[in-house]
Every structure is written in structure tokens, then in C-alpha cells.
Ligand binder design. Structure first.
Ligand code: GRF
Length: 202
């Protein structure tokens, strides 16, 4: 068997997706580093508990977005990361980082893109009166919530849903979908053709 895919996760918050990714690791991929822009992100704590290096990269310690992204790329490179997973990372990546890991960065977004991009996707779907929303795993390009779609799963919106209730249901689907996407990547079944991602049969 070949070496496992080395995954680096970027996050800013609680890291329930990171937890799901760690819990599914070991046979196809390993999480080798977790990086946060926030020193107190609970996701860093989850990484430490799992014995994964947890690194805070302070945006304020760098002279601008490009330099901050260079620092992120340095940490990922130092851990020989083959796939970068954004899991609630609340910053827009700069072109230098996107280029350094071209077609090797995934993001998970709590809506069915291209509907409801941006930072308030769950609230926006509710406010719109949508009956179905969901979650999307996509490759990251230089535009926000825009790159080619790898996997999507729908989540019905129920009468009486609050943003919190709906987000919790979406997250429980994300916790299955994100590890599945990483496994596809790790087993070489993901081929990008322009805007389209072809998933090869096992
Ligand atoms: C998820 O809903 C994800 O779709 C979005 O940010 C949230 C992160 O949640 N990008 P968590 O930190 O993994 O719990």
C-alpha cells in the first residue's frame, strides 16, 4: 500500500468537521497539521487531544494578506501536506496560497452552491424561504465559494427551523460528506475537467 495522503486542516472555530475528519482518518489519509488564525479556536484543542500538531498563525503578525497566506503555505509545506481542507476557516485565501496548492484545496460550505454563498449561508437560505438547502464540498479557486463542486448533499428545511437547528442538521450531514470527499481524493478518484469534477468509479 502507498503512503497515506497527508491532510492539513485550516479552521477558525469549533472544529466539529475537523473532528469528523480525524475520526475517519488512518486508512486512506492522515491529518498531519491543523492551523488556525484564532489562538483560542476549539479546533486547535481537538487537534492536540488527537495528537496532531496545532499551529496558530497570527494574521496581525504579518504585513498584509499575502504575507499571512505565505506563512500558512510555509506551515503546510513544512508538514508536507498533499491536501488542504478548509473547515470553517473564516478568511478568504490569497492567490499565492491557492496557486501553491492548485486543485489541492477543498472547502465545505453549508448550502447547495451556487445558492447562498458567503458567510451567512444558513440564515440566507431560511430568510429566502427555501424548502431545501444542504452542503457542498468544492475545490477552492481564487473566488469565494466558487470552485468546481466535488460532492453535494441536500437537507430539507422544516417548518419552525431556527438558524441553529438547521445548521446542526446540515453539520451532521457534513460530518459524513467531508471525510467521504477526502477519501475520494486520497484514493485518486477525483479528476478536475474545467468546472466539472469527475469522480472515477472504485
Ligand atoms: C460548517 O458548517 C462549514 O460548512 C462552514 O463552517 C462550519 C464549520 O463548523 N464552512 P465546525 O467548526 O466544523 O463545527
Amino acid at each position: 500500500m502507498g503512503a497515506l495522503l497527508r491532510v492539513g486542516v485550516l479552521l477558525s472555530g469549533s472544529g466539529t468537521n475537523l473532528q469528523a475528519i480525524i475520526d475517519s482518518s488512518g486508512s486512506d489519509y492522515d491529518v498531519v497539521v491543523v492551523v488556525s488564525d484564532k489562538p483560542d479556536a476549539f479546533g486547535l484543542e481537538r487537534a492536540r487531544t488527537a495528537g496532531v500538531p496545532a499551529v496558530h498563525v497570527d494574521p496581525k503578525a504579518h504585513d498584509g494578506r499575502e504575507a499571512f497566506n505565505e506563512a500558512l503555505a510555509d506551515v503546510l509545506g513544512a508538514h508536507d501536506v498533499g491536501l488542504v481542507c478548509l473547515a470553517g476557516f473564516m478568511r478568504i485565501l490569497a492567490p499565492n496560497l491557492v496557486k501553491a496548492f492548485e486543485n489541492r484545496i477543498l472547502n465545505i460550505h453549508p448550502a447547495l452552491l451556487p445558492a447562498f454563498p458567503g458567510a451567512h449561508a444558513v440564515r440566507d437560505a431560511l430568510d429566502w424561504g427555501a424548502k431545501v438547502t444542504g452542503t457542498t464540498v468544492h475545490l477552492v479557486d481564487e473566488e469565494v465559494d466558487h470552485g468546481p463542486i466535488l460532492l453535494q448533499r441536500a437537507v430539507p428545511i422544516e417548518r419552525g427551523d431556527t438558524e441553529e437547528m438547521l445548521h446542526e442538521r446540515i453539520k451532521s450531514v457534513e460530518h459524513e460528506l467531508y471525510p467521504e470527499a477526502i477519501r475520494l481524493f486520497a484514493t485518486g478518484r477525483v479528476r478536475v475537467e474545467g468546472r466539472r469534477v469527475v469522480v472515477e468509479k472504485a
